[in-house]
Design a protein around this ligand. Sequence first.
Ligand SMILES: [Zn+2]
Length: 90
Amino acid sequence: MVSPRLRSRSLKRIKVRTPGGNTVTHYRRDTRVIARCGRCGAVLNGVPRDMGDLRTLPKSSKRPNRLFGGMLCHRCLEEILKESIRSSGL
Ligand SMILES: [Zn+2]
């Protein structure tokens, strides 16, 4: 029987072939996090979901290269920019 802490379905099961030829199951915690807009909660595009990718990818591949890229969705950014420009009185 598997130990109780490994019975959780939130752990990923990965089958690994050992040097002796046996196949064993390794349990890994899933580190994926879906980035969401800080204002409306929409899923952000162009942001990697696997936390392991953040270490190896170049900065320009980690989030969209614009104002508030990786924090706000494009719809919220458009609204905020319009509000700020209209309220500045120019
Ligand atoms: Zn948004």
